[in-house]
Write a protein that binds this ligand. Structure first.
Ligand code: SAH
Length: 198
């Protein structure tokens, strides 16, 4: 494992991520009406911050490495950590795929409820209430292990961490308002992103 190979693996992960998400997004847009929307400026800013940390900054780091971009923040490369990052990345993608399949037409990129929204509590949703966010956190861990740079590595955790921290409570309030006792019961028997812990 070399830094360049780790960067190629990161970019391949981005392609895999897009291959899962884009078809889903296209299909959902065509078939689905939005019923409730809690999207405001704050939510939009958070999406941009998250996307920058998870994607734009690390992609730019990988693509422009040869020009010296962010090189001042590199530290000594550890191949075992980069291999571990690869494994975490694969797990993140697998979980991301499972959550898209199981959430199906209820998925949306932001705080919205679809027309005829149903509450999903099966599959990975039985283990935690926000498995797609668990997948994003796994991605941020993989990113930090693959891109051994003090800026490009932790950027994902900072960016997505902010989105998560400011969004999850509102998302749950929206779900509680829509599904009432059914969501309250679901909350009582599950944690948010790490089974049994958080
Ligand atoms: N927080 C979830 C879903 C992320 S997608 C996860 O991490 O897996 C965001 C949208 O999914 C929300 O706007 C909401 O409309 C929808 N959603 C969240 N949890 C859901 C559930 N258990 N069942 C159905 N839809 C859900």
């Amino acid at each position: 494992m070399t830094p360049v190979l780790a960067q190629i693996i990161f970019l391949a992960g981005v392609v895999g991520w897009a291959a899962i998400r884009i078809p889903h997004e296209v299909k959902n847009k065509r078939r689905n009406r939005i019923d409730v929307s809690a999207v405001d400026l704050r939510e939009k800013v958070l999406l941009v911050v998250s996307l920058s940390g998870l994607g734009l900054v690390p992609i730019a780091y990988c693509l422009f490495a040869s020009t010296g971009f962010l090189r001042f923040a590199d530290y000594r490369f550890s191949p075992p950590l980069a291999w571990l990052g690869t494994a975490v990345f694969v797990a993140a993608l697998a979980l991301f795929l499972a959550t898209h399949r199981q959430l199906g037409r209820n998925w949306s990129q932001t705080l919205e409820l679809r027309k005829d929204h149903t509450l999903v509590t099966h599959g990975v949703y039985r283990l935690v209430r926000h498995p797609m966010y668990s997948a994003f956190f796994l991605w941020t861990l993989g990113q930090a292990l693959l891109l051994q740079n003090w800026i490009a590595g932790p950027a994902g955790f900072v960016g997505f961490g902010l989105l998560y921290a400011f969004r999850v409570g509102r998302e749950e309030a929206m779900m509680r308002a829509a599904f009432g006792q059914q969501y309250a019961d679901y909350m009582a028997r599950t944690k948010r992103v790490i089974p049994f812990i958080h």
